[in-house]
Design a protein around this ligand. Structure first.
Ligand SMILES: Nc1ncnc2c1ncn2[C@@H]1O[C@H](COP(=O)(O)OP(=O)(O)O)[C@@H](O)[C@H]1O
Ligand SMILES: [Mg+2]
Length: 252
């Protein structure tokens, strides 16, 4: 079953000033099935952030069709879109985006609190997610008392606490050292394998991408090629990703 169906998405920036038009997306097609773990890769300026912002409902495409979780995102009114984002999507950012004045548990509880949920059931769910991610002991710590890797795992807990249909991550390992990055990627993999969480991750790091099950390469606002994880394992996939990137970058 498809959770995301995007067809012929275009995004034109600065359309009113013909001299400064940027065609960030130029007919991009992307389907994601329930339970997939997909990476989006591509050179700087290829449209990755534009795509993610459109999928997140932060930005609107200039044209094209976009169905997410059975809903037509392009026809939703702003209030409806805001509610959809809050209830059905989870977000992980490069710089964690935790609230400094809240503990780990309070940060994770935010999506539930915003939805009007309170009390013991919330606390229980929050602690369950934190402990799933190996963060039970950090529950009452503030962000400044945690390492970057721990903060990012709190951010992941916050992204999944409300059982979203899909989690969108923009360069989630961008600020992490290699040990913390590995831990985070293993966490993503476990969420995907054991909980069936659907993940879409933008990354420029081929090592990070090798943890996913499919890599979509974008160039000039279009899908350039795709790779599925081979049965040979992550090392083989990593090498295949490197090879594709070499060709893609070489053609510039
Ligand atoms: N708000 C904006 N206004 C005008 N141009 C933009 C804006 N955002 C992105 N662009 C342009 O759109 C293209 C794609 O950008 P972006 O989606 O950020 O690419 P990526 O994330 O792959 O680096 C680039 O040429 C960029 O300069
Ligand atoms: Mg970007």
């Amino acid at each position: 079953m498809a959770i995301l169906q995007a067809s012929q998405l275009t995004k034109v920036y600065g359309a009113r000033h013909a001299s400064a038009v940027t065609r960030a997306l130029q007919g991009l097609d992307l389907d994601v099935e329930v339970g997939e773990f997909v990476s989006i890769m591509g050179p700087s300026g290829s449209g990755k952030t534009t795509l993610l912002n459109i999928l997140a409902g932060i930005d609107q495409p200039t044209s094209g069709r976009l169905y997410l979780d059975g809903r037509d995102l392009t026809s939703m009114k702003p209030a409806e879109l805001a509610l959809f984002r809050r209830r059905r999507l989870g977000f992980v950012f490069q710089d964690y985006n935790l609230l400094d004045s809240l503990t780990a548990a309070e940060n994770v509880a935010l999506p539930l609190a915003l939805d009007g949920q309170r009390g013991l059931a919330v606390r229980k769910r929050v602690l369950q997610v934190l402990s799933d991610l190996g963060m039970a002991e950090q529950a009452d710590k503030y962000p400044y008392e945690m390492s970057g890797g721990q903060q990012q795992r709190v951010a992941v807990a916050r992204a999944v606490v409300h059982h979203p249909a899909m989690v969108l991550a923009d360069e989630p390992t961008g600020n992490l050292d290699s040990t913390a990055a590995r831990a985070l990627l293993t966490t993503f993999q476990r969420l995907n394998h054991e909980h069936g969480t659907t993940l879409l991750m933008v990354t420029h790091d081929p090592f990070a991408a090798s943890y996913s099950r499919r890599v979509v390469f974008i160039k000039d606002g279009r899908v350039y090629s795709q790779l599925n994880a081979p049965p040979g394992g992550r090392d083989v996939f990593f090498q295949e990703i490197l090879n594709t990137l070499a060709v893609l970058e070489g053609q510039r």
